[in-house]
Structures are given as structure tokens and as C-alpha cells.
Design a protein around this ligand. Sequence first.
Ligand SMILES: [Zn+2]
Length: 484
Amino acid sequence: MEDNQNEIKQKIRVLLKNAWLLLLLLPVILLIFAGTVAARISDNEFAIQIQMKGESELEVEYGSRFEDPGADAFVSGTVLLKQPQRVDVTASGFVDTGMIGTYSMAYTAKFGDMEKTEIRTVYVVDSTPPVITLVSDPDSYTLPGKTYQEEGFSAYDAYDGDVTDQVVREEKNGVVYYSVKDSSGNLAQVTREIVYNDEIAPELTLLGAKTVVVYVGSTYQDPGCTATDEGCVNIASRITVSGSVDTNRVGSYVLTYRVEDDYGNFDEEQRIVHVVKQPIAGKVIYLTFDDGPGSYTNKLLDILKKYNVKATFFLVKKGNISIASRMVAEGHSVGIHSISHDYDKIYASEEAFFADLYGMQKIIYDHTGVTTYLMRFPGGSSNKVSSFNPGIMTRLVKQVQAEGFQYFDWNVGSSDTSNLTSKQIAQNVIKGIKTTSKAVVLQHDIYERSVNAVEEIILWGLENGYTFAALDYASPSAHHGVNN
Ligand SMILES: [Zn+2]
């Protein structure tokens, strides 16, 4: 027991000895602590901080809506406020976006008797260039080589208003440049591509007549034509001529003059040159045959060949048209009669008639290479079968000639459409021939009886001093009086 007591006493002594040491150090520790606190208080006085949202200098577009981004304020600076405390901010100032200028916005915060203000500078500026608007007519175009005719433009600036009269215009290499600056120096530029076009066709004018008659073996001098384009600019050098005239061969020749501008507009004119024989002196028989070729046409051609007699054939389509090439090869004339030979159709209108006429001309050309302008009206020009269309023959006889055709009637009939003998037909023809020195005889080579009458007619004619000839454009036309 005594040992234990001694041990405790020993420990207490050590403890007391250390406590003394502790008491000696305590003031030093307190001094250090106090110094730290004092230093902290002196560094962290109360302070207001204003934090602007957004930049402190702002540019705002003229005319736009200004939205103040505002500011936040905080108080901090004491050990009592470990976290900054938010305080109210009052914004003052005014930004007039309707007026270019420099504006200030002030943000003020108060805490106790403290107050702080920050200023934001706001510049109201015009950075938007004017807008140039071009008027454009989709149908408008500029003729090549001409100055562009302004279709119109306007310029408007959001700040300056209408600045149309300040627009500077320059035309260069097919482009019009428009530019204008507003009072803030903002530049607007637009361009217009000039649409060059030409919808005006040139005009071709024939010199001399549309229809010309020259004698076979003579020299043909073409009088030519002239051509002008917009504003009567002479473009005669651009005329091309197609077709040619063979003055050594009786026939009709078409010369086609054409002039075309750079834009594909063109004009065309035709001249028909009829190469004809010199007038035949004395008594002449022109044998003509309608409505073929028929089954007896080759037989007829054999007879004509035997006597070297030339005749004329007014052709229809339904015949054996391939025989037409033999006619041409053997020196006969081919003329147009009709495609359909249907009176109700062809005399229904001028359009219908000419469609039939030109159609048959083309068929003959396709089979012979001959463009014929010789024609005979179905029923003759004196027909009354067309009377369902009053006056049409009166109109057609003029129109076909205006188009370069010559129509032939006849002054000697044969009555071969009646059921006569060949002998009777021949006698009818001979009787008629005796009444005229230029006999234009009408027969139809689709009737064997008529074909068989031809040899007798030829023999009679040759014995009585007649010349047989094929018709050409200048031959006696034996026109009837028009009855409709
Ligand atoms: Zn007929």
C-alpha cells in the first residue's frame, strides 16, 4: 500500500513541474491569437461590390429595343459575414434607342451609410446599311448594243429614311452597280444583271416582183432584197438565199430569202421565177388531161411519145401518182388538180382549199422533183359546185395568183365524161380546136375511150398545121368567167 502512495505522489510532483511550464507559455500563446484576430478584422472591412451583368460598354442598334442587363450587388468584409450578402441595386439612367448617341446607366447599392455606384456606357449606333430595292419587269429586256433603260430603284435607310436620291449608279459590262452610304457610313451595294434580248424580228423586203417570168435560155438577174433590224439598221449582209433558177429549163423556181438576227428571230420571203417558152407563133394545141394518172395513162404517154407531142397533166393523189415521174422525164408538164377532188371539202374554206393545193404540190414534188405552180380548179374556175360557199371562187382565183400560181381552164371540151365513143370524143375536140388558134383541150386520162381518141386528134392537128405544146406559166390560161 505504501509503495502505491509513494508512486502517486511522485506523479503529482512531475505534473506540477510541467504545469509551471504551461503557465509560463500561456501569455505568449494568447498574444499570438489576439494578433491574428486583429489582423483579420483590419483586412476585411465592410464593402459593397457591384457586379454588372454583361459588358460595361454596350453597343445597341438604333431603333432596337434596349434591355438593360442589370447588375448585382453584395456586401462582404466581416468575420461575421462569412458569405457575401446580396443587397438591392437601383438602376438609373435612360437609353433612347431612337437617337444615336452615348448614354449612361448607373447601378447604385446602399448598405448602412455606405453607398456604391457603377456606371455602364451604352452607345446607340446605326450599323445597318440602307436597303436598295430594284424594280424588275420580267418582260423587260435591253436590245443588244443599247443602253439599259432603268426600270427603277429605291433606297431606304432605317435611320436616314429615303436615300434614293443619293444612290450612285454605274453601268459596266452588262451589269448595273448601285451603291449608297447612310449618314453613319454604312454602305449598301446591289447589282443588276442586264437582260439582253431581242424579240423583234428583222424585216425583209423583196426588191422587184414576187413573181417573175423569164424566157427559157435568157439570163436571170435577181433583183435581190433588203433587210433591216430594230431601228432600221441595215443587215442586208446577213441575207441568205436558197434555191436557184435554171433558165435552160421551163419550170417554176422558188428563191427563199432569209435573214436572221443573233437571237433567232428571222424573216423569210419567197420569189417565184417562172421560166417559160417564148410565145409560140401560129396555131397551138395544148392537150390537157385531168384526174389521172389512171390505168390508161401509160398507154397515153406511149402515144404522145410516138408523135413527140407534149401535153399537160393536172394530177390527183388517188391516181397512180408514180407515173408522174415518167411524164416529167418525157417533157410533159405536171400541174396540180387536187388531193381529194372532193368539192364539199376543198371549197368549204380558203384554208381547206390551200391545204389541198399545197399538199398536192408537195406530193408532185416528192414524185418528180418539180415544184409546179400550174393548177386547175376541180370543176374549173366557172364551177357552181362550190355555190354552197358563196363567193369562194371569186376569192380563190385572186388568191392563187397572188401566191404565184396560174390556174388554167379550157376552151375546148371533149365531153369524155359522157359515155361516148373515142371517135365521138375526137370529133368533139377537133370541132372545138377549129374555133380558136390557141386551143386548151380538156380530157381525162382515166377513161380508155378518151385516151383512145388522142391519136386521131394528134394526126388531125399535125396535118392541119398545129403545134402541140405543154403548158407553162405564161401559156394561154383559157380562163372561164367565174360564176361563184
Ligand atoms: Zn377533175
